[in-house]
Write a protein that binds this ligand. Structure first.
Ligand code: MG
Ligand code: ZN
Length: 222
């Protein structure tokens, strides 16, 4: 299908996260902001979630990238409504972009919308997209020291997925150390060690997210 492409413009920099949240409440749509480094596994995770949950919930995806639409093509081939945001160099997504893109979905036919943020650990953490949850993926090859170097990212994350655990034998990545470093920043953080590749641990995470989507559907405010 022809994928809708939205060009983010510099003037979209007003904080409208409260308006986004209001619209999501009216439509009972759950918004999930997925953050992480380039290559951490954001698209792979979203694909896994789609496969696990598409029978239970109606899913949509906003793909954020500086350029191109390769990830949006992937999601489109799965038959999932997707809109590609191209930021033309900007390294994060703001609520105003989300606000511009929400009307491109049939929100009455969507239960959960995933936003794949721009891959970096710095400024995506500084902007409230209006999402119900911030999920950050920390992959094993990146190292367990990332929470020390990019503290804000882990401070604003409700959930941290430690991805690529299938690669643990090849890297000096200490899961307990990573967890402790994140908990020092954010005592409420929830963790799931996963491999988006093998599927290990993804079920447990999907059960969690299923409960959260159901809560939003029942009108529970978070
Ligand atoms: Mg991606
Ligand atoms: Zn940025």
């Amino acid at each position: 299908m022809e994928i809708k492409i939205v060009k983010q413009i510099l003037a979209w920099n007003e904080d409208v996260s409260e308006e986004v949240k209001q619209l999501l409440r009216e439509k009972n749509v759950c918004l999930v902001n997925v953050m992480g480094s380039p290559g951490a596994g954001k698209t792979s995770l979203i694909k896994k979630i789609i496969n696990d949950l598409r029978g239970k919930f109606r899913i949509g995806v906003i793909e954020g990238d500086i350029a191109g639409q390769i990830d949006a093509d992937t999601i489109d081939r799965m038959g999932i409504p997707v809109v590609q945001l191209q930021t033309d160099g900007a390294c994060h997504i703001e609520a105003m972009s989300v606000q511009h893109m929400l009307p491109m979905f049939d929100l009455d036919a969507i239960d959960v919308l995933f936003v794949e943020n721009i891959g970096n650990l710095v400024c995506p953490a500084e902007f409230d997209t209006g999402a119900h949850w911030n999920i950050t993926i920390l992959s094993v090859p990146e190292g367990d020291d990332k929470p020390l170097k990019y503290p804000l990212m882990y401070t604003v994350s409700d959930v941290v997925l430690i991805n690529k655990i299938d690669a643990l034998p090849y890297f000096d990545f200490d899961i307990e150390k990573a967890k402790q470093r994140i908990l020092n920043l954010n005592p409420k953080a929830v963790f799931f060690p996963i491999s988006a590749k093998t599927g290990e641990g993804v079920d447990a995470f999907c059960e969690w997210i299923e409960r959260q989507i159901a809560a939003v559907k029942e009108g529970k405010t978070l």
